[in-house]
Write a protein that binds this ligand. Structure first.
Ligand code: MCN
Length: 760
């Protein structure tokens, strides 16, 4: 037992040991007696009408899995069109890989064999594989009753771009490729009817069990009290395990119908074909600026290819709206006039992926700033120096309050990590090396007003934690957020330990089980530390207050003098071990102070007081070497100067930043889900969908600047996504410098083929 000092300590992640030793338990590891394995017959065409179906026994089609009510997804606003995702195709298939039939057998292989014996006639309908095809005049309409192939459009307007009369106008068309979140563990689940409790217990690889339970219960017509969702160890989510997907509805419905456990484990091909997909933005933007390179306004349009269905709860509308709102970046751009469109195509539905909306927005604004630098004739560093917001807080044109920090200082800090003269010397000697900069902001911990303002169907404005001290003085923290690589089992324990003067090892953290923890929304949007950390601290304060009251009574001391430290309650030199207090509070009620209720359990709720959230930020610098013969880009160096407020655990923050950067490098250089003109997927294995590999990565160097947030627990801001936001912009810029070109890289990934295509 130790005293305080846990905030800011690089405590090793407690969860690592079980993973390194192969002792984690994932949904696919769970079995149950009498279990059947599920496999899907998936559409081989992108769009078509289902005709005659021939299938063996043990195969179920739409309408045969039991009653299912479809839920509307996307924002709850007029003009937003609904396209709920049926668990099994309902007469029409709308993308390659859409589940059409569900096969059950004793083994996965046998279930796949049943699928192989199915014959489904599908009369082809027109496919549209991208936004231009979907919006082309006369294009077929994907969903009945829709006037065109847009889920919806929005308009972010502030100031008066049209009235600017700026001397410099730079128009560029830009694009960000389509991606898969590609977690190490694909999706997996097992739905088990529990005859003792009457519950259906769903073990599933999920980022947010309570919200999933809510949706599933509504779809299946079950009371939420009869559905328990357990997310055990989860091998990465990155956003892709935070939406309701058809496979989980089918498995639960069949488990209820047949009263048998049903397991489904996604394979990589299914994940790349039919899991939630991400990004794929198109931009047509004009930047207005002064002759000395001060950016004044942005106007134009952006389109997000949201695929064939809207995933509950947000659909892909969040992606487009977020991109539009963030187009001003960290620059004081006062005029915005941007229309955004969420477009339906015959491709898999889009979900969130680390950096939601902002990876595209950052690519767009940073590319425009590079073009502006070229136009004005100053360096790309100088253009940023001139335009960065110098004084915070700053309310952006889109109405977001960039709260605390020092953006120019971060730029200088990042530049200071590089040896620019040495790089110049190499360039002068003819080496094709270059450096690129990109700056991001990362909104985290945004609460009620923000989500309600977006007309979200679920408003994740709070989080709750329960802290329980057992009769022997040990502690359990119960939370509804989910740790799937973020290190939250360690950092939440650090927060409670700090408050109660204990060692973090003294606190067990349990999460991911609707049967255990109080309600909460789960882990996404870099919210967990701000929200669950806030709730954990508040619960620890409540429990600590009670422990001190009991201790003051036992020690006959003034309550104001009692403090908790090292596993004991102290009043001056006198002290008592917490276990004595715990024992009294639970087993010996008669010893408690008069009027003090028994038990040592506190449940606290937390909503961040500033509803617009807190903004982390950072500057990325990429150094690349380009082979002009082959177009290959080699990363030589990667630097990040970031500020996420107070770090609870600097080692974990480091890991989060580096992990994010690697994913951003994938966006920048290698990863793309490609489709042919008939919307047939061309990237269904890791041979075609290339993730960055360790040998191709430099050491990612991270410098932490710390400006505590004004309103969050310990002044911490979220950090989980920031690393993934800036790399495409930084790397594209570096490639251009290496080749001695102006702003010519307009799309990701910057593959060798794309590099060769921009060479003069
Ligand atoms: N942290 C800290 N000090 C800070 C900020 C954060 O010590 N000032 C710690 C937190 O305590 C937590 C971690 O850093 O242990 C990330 O915290 P936070 O920024 O709150 O992000 P979340 O926990 O909400 O995680 C979600 C975020 C997102 S949105 C995606 S996507 C993502 C990511 O985190 N998916 C991940 N990081 C991931 N990391 C792994 N390994 N796997 C994923 O699926």
């Amino acid at each position: 037992m130790e005293a305080k000092g846990w905030i800011g300590a690089s405590v090793p992640r407690r969860e690592d040991a079980r993973h390194l030793l192969g002792q984690g338990v994932f949904a696919g590891d769970v079995t149950a007696p009498g279990m059947l394995e599920l496999a899907f017959w998936r559409s081989p065409v992108a769009h078509g009408r289902i005709g005659a179906v021939t299938r063996p026994a043990g195969v179920f089609g739409a309408g045969e899995i039991g009653p299912v009510t479809l839920l509307p997804a996307g924002p709850d606003m007029p003009g937003f069109r609904q396209a709920p995702y049926p668990p099994l195709a309902d007469g029409v298939v709308r993308f390659v890989g859409q589940p059409v039939l569900a096969a059950l057998a004793a083994t996965r292989g046998a279930a796949e064999d049943l699928c192989a014996r199915c014959e489904v006639e599908i009369a082809p309908l027109p496919a549209f594989a991208d936004v231009p095809a979907a919006l082309a005049p006369g294009a077929a309409v994907l969903h009945p009753g829709w006037a065109d192939n847009r889920y919806g459009s929005g308009h972010v307007k502030a100031g008066d771009v049209a009235g600017l009369d700026a001397p410099i106008r730079i128009r560029r068309k830009l694009g960000l490729g389509r991606q898969s979140a590609a977690p190490m563990e694909p999706r997996a689940l097992i739905a088990v009817p529990d005859r003792r409790t009457g519950e259906l217990v769903l073990h599933i690889s999920s980022q947010g069990p309570h919200v999933l339970r809510h949706a599933l219960a509504a779809m299946l017509g079950l009371p939420e009290s009869r559905l328990r969702v357990v997310a055990p160890d989860v091998g990465g989510g990155f956003g892709a395990k935070n939406r309701l997907m058809p496979e989980e509805v089918v498995a639960c419905a069949l488990a209820l119908k047949l009263d048998r456990p049903i397991r489904w484990v996604e394979d990589r091909r299914e994940h790349l074909m039919a899991g939630a997909q991400a990004r794929e933005h198109l931009y047509d933007l004009t930047l207005h600026a002064t002759r000395d390179g001060i950016a004044l306004g942005i106007e134009g349009e952006l389109w997000v290819d949201a695929g064939a269905y809207a995933l509950w709860p947000t659909g892909a509308f969040a992606e487009a709206g977020m991109a539009a709102r963030n187009l001003g970046g960290p620059y004081g751009i006062a005029h915005l006039d941007v229309r955004h469109h969420t477009v339906a195509t015959t491709k898999p539905p889009m979900g969130p992926y680390r950096g939601v909306g902002r990876t595209g927005a950052c690519f767009a604004i940073e590319r425009l700033m590079d073009a502006l630098a070229d136009e004005v004739g100053v360096s790309r560093y100088e253009i940023r120096r001139r335009n960065l917001i110098a004084k915070l807080p700053h309310v952006t044109a889109a109405g977001m309050t960039l709260d605390t920090g020092d953006y120019p200082a971060a730029l200088e800090a990042c530049v200071g990590m590089l040896d620019l003269p040495a790089l110049e010397a190499r360039r002068a000697a003819g080496e094709r090396v270059g450096v690129g900069f990109a700056i991001y902001t990362e909104q985290s911990g945004h609460g009620t007003a923000e989500w309600a303002g977006r007309k979200a169907r679920v408003v994740p404005g709070h989080e709750t934690a329960t802290l329980r001290m057992h009769p022997d003085g040990s502690l359990t923290l119960l939370t509804a957020i989910h740790n799937h690589g973020q290190g939250l089992e360690t950092t939440l324990a650090q927060i409670v330990a700090e408050e109660l003067g204990l060692h973090p090892e003294a606190i067990a953290v349990r999460h991911g089980d609707t049967g255990l923890s109080p309600f909460g929304f789960g882990t996404f949007a870099s919210r967990s530390l701000v929200f669950a950390g806030g709730a954990a601290k508040a619960a620890a304060e409540m429990l600590g207050a009670k422990l001190r009251r009991i201790a003051a009574h036992f020690l006959q001391a003034d309550l104001a003098l009692v403090e908790l430290r090292g596993g004991r309650a102290w009043a001056g030199a006198a002290s008592l071990p917490l276990v004595d207090l715990a024992h009294a509070a639970t087993m010996r009620q008669e010893r408690l102070p008069p009027g003090e209720p028994p038990g040592l359990e506190a449940t606290a709720d937390y909503c961040p007081p500033e509803d617009a959230g807190v903004f982390s930020y950072g500057v990325h610098a990429a150094v690349v070497r380009v082979d002009a013969e082959t177009g290959a880009v080699a990363l030589e160096d990667y630097c990040v100067a970031e500020d996420c407020g107070t770090m609870i655990n600097p080692m974990i923050v480091d890991g989060q930043v580096k992990g994010g950067v690697v994913q951003g490098i994938g966006t920048a250089l290698t990863e793309e889900l490609r489709f042919d003109a008939e919307a047939q997927p061309l990237s269904t294995t890791f041979a075609d969908y290339r993730l960055p590999d360790a040998p191709s990565l430099p050491e990612i160097r991270v410098l932490h600047l710390v400006t505590p947030a004004r309103c969050t627990v310990h002044g911490a801001k979220g950090v989980g996504e920031g690393g993934a936001i800036a790399p495409p912009a930084a790397i594209a810029s570096a490639v251009e410098q290496a080749l001695g070109l102006g702003m010519v890289v307009t799309a990701t990934p910057v593959t060798p083929r794309r590099v060769l295509s921009v060479l003069p």
